[in-house]
Design a protein around this ligand. Structure first.
Ligand code: M6R
Length: 612
């Protein structure tokens, strides 16, 4: 969950590295550091805290090197301190390493190295890496590039866990070495210069041509060249991919925060997700999938597995699949799924959703499903991400880079894409033709209806101003609305630090209602005309007990007075989460702003969770 960046070329590396780190800070912001190849050798500068802190250190400006690596950290092993910050060096200070991931067997490796005379300055798992490389390199007779690569390969073979590693070594002043396994790393190809990053947007202003490394692939970079090797050091050939995102997608533009920008981008991101995938009156053809009616009829179950917001997107679409395809569908939290010995068989279809495509639990759950013989589909927003490398089939949401830690546009795009997949299945199964055509029309109308929801946010802002000092909030809904309640509660807690819980509205009286007292905020979501009257009754029960109510609905609610009602356009209940979530995203956003918090980088969190 850290961010790494690297530069090799003719320019001074430091400003390029700092710029990259600032863009990767959403991945972790406990500490930051940089190492450049200077005339006198490798120079490292690092400190606890944000990347901006590096700029306050006078030595940073003095770095002249044109080759460098840098890191922004989300602490796992060892507290956020200067010493634990990356880059880490070997005892002889010849090799510098930055690392994103976790070395699970670092205790054992540390002991091995201790027994061989190595000492450790930090509490990190990473510090074993430069020392292990040094250990093997010392034993090479001839000190050349192949010998160094061989040492790296030996070191990497000893590592258990996940890693994206950048390495500088003093013997190779105009080279940079990288390797990855289960952690993201992209290589940007420039003219007379090359770049490394944990994600594409961080270096999109420098190049649009990228190489993606598979697990255990090495790259050796010089300013004019990039060579690729497998772990046995055989050369491999790779083609760069051209990324068509425009740079503004990764910039805040006129918005105060990425989260606000991403909320307002939803009409566009949903349009991109729909793309040419559905057309009224024409059978949906998902070019990524080659399923048949017979295959779908043979399925025993569909599993949708993900974490956090992506899991909520799965909950929101389960009912469409079950209603139209009549295939039993279960939604699981990846970290639970992988350890509960799920009843997945060769007849199961497992769909894994991950915006980043790097979430460790989701990837592990996918591997488990594959091992049990199921077919797997990955839904991701990041081209070439790890999950898409693992799955049998991959579909992209095409929502554009999502930078804010709190996921917004990825959620709505995931729902839209899953709904399209459900339609594709229903059409293959030849069921509910008219209803499916109607659903397609409604999906095509989503972008303009989202625009409508976003047109006036003043009531949401005013309500945020009223409740931002509160300590607790409850979100309730029934049916599909209860999954949106979960997403609303997650959004509020993660960026405003207000304790917020979601309940299926009917569950309130089985316990949670004991927490309702004068002034507590209860958010109600009602988009299902059959269930709305029942949720209204539950809301009346909390109003009687003094609750303040904030309602998101497209239903006519007569004879009840709520503190605030946000009206959203009418739409099929099956895709209503795409609209009903937006006022909840905005409510969380405005509350966080009122509290003066860092909306895009909430405490203790990171954008992609590459640890268990
Ligand atoms: O990248 P992923 O979609 O796999 O991420 C899953 C969760 O970590 C993520 O949705 C998280 O819950 C967000 N911070 C929620 O806003």
């Amino acid at each position: 969950m850290c961010g790494i960046v690297g530069y090799i070329g003719k320019k001074k590396a430091e400003p390029i590295l700092i710029n990259g780190l600032l863009r990767l800070e959403y991945r972790g912001y406990d500490s930051a550091g940089i190492a450049t190849m200077e005339a006198e050798g490798i120079k490292t500068i690092k400190n606890k805290g944000r990347v901006a802190g590096l700029l306050e250190i006078p030595e940073t400006q003095k770095l002249e090197g044109t080759v460098g690596i840098a890191h922004t950290r989300w602490a796992t092993h060892g507290k956020p301190t200067d010493i634990n910050s990356h880059p880490h060096m070997d005892n002889q200070k010849t090799t510098a390493v930055v690392h994103n991931g976790i070395i699970e067997n670092y205790v054992e490796l540390k002991k091995f190295l201790n027994d061989n005379g190595y000492e450790f300055l930090s509490q990190t798992d990473t510090e074993v890496i430069p020392n292990l490389i040094h250990y093997y390199y010392e034993r090479e007779v001839e000190k050349n590039e192949m010998a160094f690569l061989r040492s790296m390969a030996k070191a990497v073979k000893d590592l258990k866990g996940s890693f994206a590693i950048e390495v500088l070594n003093e013997d190779f002043k105009d080279k940079m070495f990288v390797i990855r396994k289960d952690s993201p790393l992209v290589i940007g190809k420039g003219e007379g210069e090359n770049y490394i990053s944990s994600d594409i947007p961080a270096i999109l202003s420098f190049t649009k041509d990228f190489y993606l490394l598979d697990d255990y692939e090495f790259a050796v970079l010089s300013k004019d060249n990039i060579e690729f090797y497998d772990l046995e050091l055989s050369k491999i050939f790779k083609q760069p991919k051209n990324i068509t995102w425009d740079m503004s997608a990764a910039e805040k533009g006129d918005y105060a925060d990425f989260m606000l920008k991403e909320i307002f981008e939803q009409p566009k991101s949903i349009r991109e997700t729909i793309g040419a995938r559905i057309t009224k009156g024409v059978k949906t053809n998902l070019e990524e999938l080659d399923f048949t009616k017979e295959y779908l009829n043979s399925l025993d179950r569909i599993y949708i597995v993900a974490c956090g917001t992506a899991m909520h997107a799965g909950l929101a679409v389960r009912k469409i699949i079950e209603k139209y395809c009549r295939i039993q569908t279960e939604v699981d939290i990846a970290s639970e799924f992988r350890y509960r010995n799920p009843l997945v068989t060769e007849k199961s279809l497992c769909i894994f959703i991950s915006q980043s495509g790097e979430t460790a639990d989701t990837i592990a759950a996918l591997k488990l499903a594959k091992a049990k013989g199921a077919k797997t589909i990955a839904i991701s927003n990041v081209i070439g991400s790890s999950i898409t490398n693992e799955a049998d089939y991959s579909l992209y949401t095409h929502a554009g880079p999502e930078i804010a830690v709190a996921s917004t546009k990825a959620y709505t795009s995931q729902i839209v894409l899953l709904a399209i997949i459900a339609i594709y299945f229903a059409e293959l199964l030849d069921v509910a033709h008219d209803e499916i055509e109607e659903l397609k029309s409604e999906i095509l109308e989503l972008p303009s209806k989202v625009e409508e929801v976003l047109r006036d946010t003043s009531k949401i802002k005013a309500f945020a101003n009223r409740i931002f000092t509160e300590k607790n909030a409850f979100f309730i809904g029934r049916g599909i609305d209860s999954s949106v309640a979960m997403e609303g509660a997650l959004k509020l807690k993660e960026i405003s630090y207000i304790h917020s819980e979601a309940y299926a509205a009917g569950e309130l009286k089985h316990g949670p209602i004991a927490l309702i007292e004068n002034g507590v905020t209860v958010v109600g979501i009602m988009t299902d005309e059959d269930l709305a009257p029942k949720t209204v009754s539950n809301l009346q029960e909390v109003i009687t007990r003094g609750a303040k109510t904030f309602i998101v609905t497209n239903q006519e609610l007569e004879h009840v007075t709520f503190d605030e009602v946000i009206r959203i356009p009418r739409i099929s209940k099956y895709i209503s989460p795409v609209l009903s979530v937006i006022p909840l995203q905005l409510l969380a956003y405005y509350i966080s702003k009122e509290k003066g918090l860092d909306v895009d980088k909430p405490r203790n969190l990171a954008k992609s969770v590459t640890v268990e």
